[in-house]
Design a protein around this ligand. Structure first.
Ligand code: AMP
Ligand code: TRP
Length: 334
């Protein structure tokens, strides 16, 4: 089984990225041949400063490794190190209906927010499809927000195969030039709420970062939104980002004790006030992420080693891509 996924290097990573994506990547690397990449070409849609783009690419690579992606086990690479992906992007684009892209939510959302979209954003799902199809991926673990892109990829792979493979069986999906991946979305990983209760996202400025300074993290956690329930009263559990975050960060057993305290009320304000629960979250954050944060700092201090690991990953990724791009070139007549 070949597993592939990527994360854009478009900003600081937050705990939503970990619980919603990277944790699953680490688990899956035990189950098959995993390929994980830093989507630095996609990131160009939002990062328009070369030095910053380069830095964010390395930061994202260091984050993957620090959080447990093992470059000896999984193939970890930079999207831009495999230029064949841009070639497949173009070739796929020649069989993709405009309407599919006009209906893609990444594009429609941007329009709805009144922004003038660029061609890069319009073509974003095509580049993502090229990412997936270039490596003959079987399984693509993505969050719910990316499911539509995966469905489009499946459609387009079928379309390309029907166009270029005489007698291609669309039902069985075998014998194609491009392998049709299985959609595996992670519905079980609930979306992690941000400090304000919306989905945690760098665009909403409501994150708890993975690799901020201790001070920054403390400030972020202290600013999680709470209501005006008094310390001695039982706390409501609905629409409470603090409650949800505690549930995400702690194990079910640890959370059970916190939950009991949350609901009981009537205790000492020092232990039953929202401030105390924020302190608990901060302690849980440090217990969970401090080893990774230490490793991250070490990696960011050894750029040469990071670069070496990425080059090594690129070599492996290229070997996966070579037969696919060669089949495609042959079929389309290049
Ligand atoms: P993004 O940086 O938004 O492109 O997200 C990178 C990965 O992290 C994707 O697989 C997302 O599904 C996941 N992710 C981002 N934000 C959250 C969140 N608040 N909760 C769960 N998963 C998230
Ligand atoms: N679009 C994805 C995101 O924003 C990142 C991504 C790019 C990706 N190419 C991919 C994910 C291919 C899975 C497979 O999260």
């Amino acid at each position: 089984m070949r597993i592939l996924s990527g994360v854009q290097s478009s900003g600081r990573l937050h705990i939503g990225n970990y619980y919603g994506a990277i944790r699953e990547f680490v688990r899956l690397q035990e189950e098959g041949e995993a390929l994980y990449f830093i989507a630095n070409l996609h990131a160009l849609n939002s990062v328009r400063d070369g030095a910053r783009a380069r830095e964010l690419t390395l930061e994202t690579a260091a984050a993957f490794i620090a959080l447990g992606v093992d470059p000896a086990r999984a193939t970890l690479f930079r999207q831009s190190d495999i230029p064949e992906v841009a070639e497949l992007y173009w070739i796929l684009g020649t069989v993709i209906p405009m309407a599919d892209l006009q209906n893609a939510h990444s594009y429609k959302d941007k329009l709805a927010h009144g922004a003038a979209p660029d061609f890069g954003l319009f073509g974003y799902p095509v580049l993502m499809a090229a990412d997936i199809l270039l490596y003959d991926s079987d399984v693509v673990p993505v969050g719910r927000d990316q499911r539509q892109h995966l469905e489009l990829t499946i459609d387009w792979a079928g379309k390309f195969n029907r166009q270029y493979v005489p007698g291609y069986d669309s039902q069985k999906r075998t014998g194609g030039l491009l392998k049709v991946p299985a959609a595996r979305t992670r519905d079980e990983t609930a979306s992690v709420p941000g400090r304000d209760g919306q989905k945690m996202s760098k665009t909403y400025n409501n994150t708890i970062d993975l690799f901020g300074t201790d001070k920054e993290i403390e400030k972020q956690i202290k600013s999680v939104k709470t209501d005006s329930t008094t310390p001695d009263a039982p706390k409501p559990t609905a629409d409470q980002p603090l409650y949800e975050l505690l549930k995400v960060v702690f194990s079910p057993e640890e959370f059970a004790a916190i939950d009991a305290k949350w609901r009981e009320g009537g205790g000492d304000p020092k232990t039953h006030g929202y401030g105390a629960f924020k302190q608990t979250l901060l302690d849980g954050y440090h217990a969970t992420f401090d080893p990774a944060r230490k490793r991250y700092a070490e990696l960011m201090n050894d750029r040469a080693e990071l670069e070496r690991l990425l080059q090594q990953g690129a070599q492996k990724a290229r070997a996966y891509a070579a037969p696919v791009i060669s089949r495609v070139r042959g079929a389309v007549g290049l």
